[in-house]
Write a protein that binds this ligand. Structure first.
Ligand SMILES: [Zn+2]
Ligand SMILES: [Zn+2]
Ligand SMILES: [Zn+2]
Length: 367
């Protein structure tokens, strides 16, 4: 998150003795002459206007919190050596608090507020009625927006009924899974005879062929032929970058401790980059050489590679078909290796382990 400065505003403070609201940079109450104390806090005025006066702006930009005289409490400008009120030594004087968020920054005009004594409309920032001189209270504010940058949608709470239903389905599914597993494990010994055997061996034939992919421009491998590109959203980062889209939150005001507020907003930067199609030559399966047989001696297919071709992955499959001793039922059994496969001579007798689903899980020579 980058904190961007929008500008500076004058804050205000309310006199604890007479209730008069005073401009933040003013240290003495304009209503009763009381000094602003260390306990009095700066607040955001109802009407906030960015400071344009150059001298005031320069001071606000320094952002140095005022200090309170340890002897008489008078507010003094940061860096003062002696209290302007009592002349006391200000070394080691306490600085005012700084950095507190005083609220959202409200730009634009605020409606006039009627005087509680004579009903004359007065500007929202006015502290005294322009007609009768009555003290005007600060108008009740709309709740200040939090300086949150990103509105995040809260996940909707799932209804209780839906939750229960999902829970029930989950339980049922687990019961099914366990049942399936248990049934799959239970086997019956079934005497059977080998009826036929089948093997198949294959080798992939590969060639370098152009293949098209898509990736960010800076991720494309060297030597690729780049096709069409388009700008696409890639990521969000906290630091600005050329060409990035700036996304900022609601501006808010921070107490600087000197009667002014710094208006800031938190910003993020959406980066858009080129995504491109590119073509590279890659070894690609273009064909397959296959050998098959119904004998116990599997062979690899004879290869006749053309120039620019090479062998790819090999695959082998061995299937034994049994017929049950006591009926017409047949079972197919997949064997992993040629060695094992060679044991299944056609006409030989075996004891099969057949599970509930009718699948052969193991085979042993019949005793
Ligand atoms: Zn006062
Ligand atoms: Zn003093
Ligand atoms: Zn009035």
């Amino acid at each position: 998150m980058t904190q961007k400065t929008v500008g500076y505003v004058e804050l205000e403070w309310t006199c604890t003795y007479c209730g008069t609201r005073n401009p933040g940079t003013q240290k003495k109450c304009s209503g009763c002459g009381a000094m602003m104390s260390e306990e009095d806090e700066f607040e955001a005025p109802v009407q906030q206007e960015l400071i344009t006066d150059e001298a005031k702006l320069a001071r606000a930009k320094r952002g140095m919190p005022d200090i309170h005289c340890p002897y008489c409490g008078t507010r003094n400008v940061a860096g003062s050596e002696k209290c302007k009120h009592c002349g006391g030594d200000l070394t080691g004087a306490v600085e005012r608090e700084k950095g507190r968020v005083v609220g959202a920054y409200r730009a634009g005009p605020v409606p006039d507020v009627p005087c509680p004594y004579c009903a004359t409309p007065n500007p929202a920032n006015a502290t005294k009625c322009k007609k009768c001189g009555g003290v005007l209270q600060k108008p009740t504010e709309t709740p200040p927006a939090k300086p949150a940058a990103k509105p995040t949608a809260a996940p909707k709470p799932r209804s209780r009924v839906a939750g229960l239903a999902i829970g029930a389905v989950g339980v049922l599914l687990s019961i099914c899974a366990v049942a399936y597993f248990v049934l799959g494990l239970r086997t019956t010994d079934t005497p059977a005879v080998v009826q036929s055997v089948m093997w198949e061996r294959s080798i992939a034939i590969m060639e370098e062929r152009p293949v098209t992919h898509e990736d960010w421009e800076d991720q494309i491998p060297a030597g690729a032929v780049i096709g069409s590109c388009s700008k696409e959203y890639r990521r969000t980062q906290s630091e600005p970058a050329p060409g990035a889209e700036e996304v900022c939150g609601t501006p808010y005001t921070i107490d600087q401790g000197d009667g002014t507020g710094k208006v800031v907003q938190d910003c993020e930067y959406r980066i858009y980059d080129n995504k491109c199609e590119y073509t590279v030559n890659e070894w690609t399966v273009v064909d397959k050489a296959v050998a098959q047989g119904n004998d116990p001696n599997p062979q690899w297919p004879r290869m006749s590679l053309q120039s620019g071709q090479r062998e790819g992955t090999q695959a082998e499959e061995y299937v034994v078909t049994f017929r049950a001793d006591d009926g017409d039922e047949t079972y197919t059994y997949h064997v992993n290796s040629a060695d094992e496969f060679s044991r299944f001579g056609v006409g030989s007798y075996w004891t099969l382990k057949v599970n509930t689903f009718g699948n052969v899980t193991d085979a042993e020579p019949a005793r």
